[in-house]
Design a protein around this ligand. Structure first.
Ligand code: ATP
Ligand code: MG
Length: 338
């Protein structure tokens, strides 16, 4: 685990963040190389936005323990790859289901909404997640009643629903108003705070539904990292440097000293965690495969092509000297539409 926010770590064991990397050597067997690359991919980076997202969820969770008539809910939006699902899964890991004398306790219930949500398929998904063996049985009404009872019996304190943008049909832009109304009803009946997560367009669902909007007055956005001003640049730079320290293959001195490197990485990843992890893990993979003791500009350039943009010409590769500094957001480029 990497803590770029310089806060204390309260994590428990999980399958991420082992950090038991060893130095690159030319006699590493292939399986160990694969394991090293996988451990790079699994490293959890506790960057400031991750920490404030966790704090916002925790606050929501705390208020849920009091069974308030109107629990305070939270909406978390962010572009693809900004780390929403990672935040959800990491938070939930702290509250795994546990068996008690009265049955299974599920303090934090979390799931992804189906691609074309209807009341029935969302209810089904929730029941399935709660271990109801008859999850697909009954009408929408009876399923809803079962959810309310199960929430109570299982001691659910917080519900996190990911992929909330599925409530807007992508092609027709039609909002699933019936499902949105049902969701409001479910919040009222269970009195459990809900955290909804999704792409930016899901904020429109709340704009069109004033009752839901009032319940989700707290909203946060997981923004990509920026390098446009000094403090933001310092954060992104700190993140990359602490990540590099943990890699099984270190950067070359020339790379580590290159003041323009942070911009190049930002152009290559758009400041999104998903692409940062991809770029670095592919760079490590290339270095290990070629039995290098360090990775340099050339390796990063190839990692960009292999992991992020296979069609990139040299002049469009941020690690090539021919690259003209500009975000890769034009049609056909990796960050178009971001
Ligand atoms: N804090 C983090 N530390 C390490 N890796 C991260 C972090 N946040 C995200 N990632 C990595 O970035 C990738 C994308 O993250 P994630 O799936 O959470 O994004 P998302 O916002 O849910 O995207 P989408 O909207 O497409 O579902 C994942 O491979 C994940 O492991
Ligand atoms: Mg996601």
């Amino acid at each position: 685990m990497i803590n770029t926010a310089c806060t204390s770590s309260d994590d428990h064991d999980d399958d991420r963040s082992d950090n038991d990397f060893c130095p690159a050597r030319d006699d590493i067997p292939d399986e160990s190389k694969d394991a090293l690359v996988a451990s790079v991919r699994k490293t959890l980076i506790k960057h400031p936005a991750f920490m404030s997202g966790t704090a916002a969820i925790r606050l929501c969770h705390r208020t849920g323990r009091f069974g308030l008539e109107e629990p305070g809910c939270l909406l978390i939006i962010g572009v693809s790859g900004s780390g929403k699902s990672t935040l959800r899964k990491e938070y939930a890991k702290h509250y795994p289901p546990r068996d008690t004398d009265e049955g299974t306790e599920i303090r934090v219930l979390h799931l992804e909404l189906p691609a074309q949500p209807t009341i029935k398929n969302v209810a089904e998904r929730i029941l399935l997640e709660m271990g109801d063996p008859l999850f697909a049985r009954g009408s929408a009404e009876t399923m809803t009643a079962r959810i309310v009872t199960l929430f109570k019996n299982c001691g659910v304190q917080l519900m996190i629903l990911d992929e909330f943008q599925h409530f807007i049909d992508h092609s027709s832009e039609k909002i699933e108003t019936k499902v949105a109304d049902w969701l409001k009803h479910l919040i009222n009946e269970t009195k459990v705070p809900f955290v909804l997560m999704g792409l930016r367009r899901c904020a429109r669902i709340l704009q069109s539904n004033e009752q839901l909007r009032r319940r989700f007055s707290r909203q946060i956005s997981l923004e990509p990292f920026s390098v446009s001003n000094k403090p933001a640049r310092r954060i992104f730079n700190g993140l990359i440097l602490s990540f590099w320290k943990e890699l099984p293959v270190p950067p070359s001195d020339e790379l580590a000293r290159d003041a323009r490197m942070i911009e190049a990485i930002h152009f290559a990843t758009f400041g999104l965690m998903g692409y940062v992890m991809m770029l670095m893990s592919v760079a490590v993979q290339i270095a290990l495969e070629e039995e290098r003791t360090e990775f340099d500009h050339g390796v990063l350039g190839r990692a960009f092509v292999e992991g992020i943009w296979p069609d990139a010409k040299e002049s469009h590769n941020p690690f090539d000297h021919r690259f003209v500094n500009r975000p890769l957001t034009m049609q056909g480029e990796p960050f178009f539409g971001y």
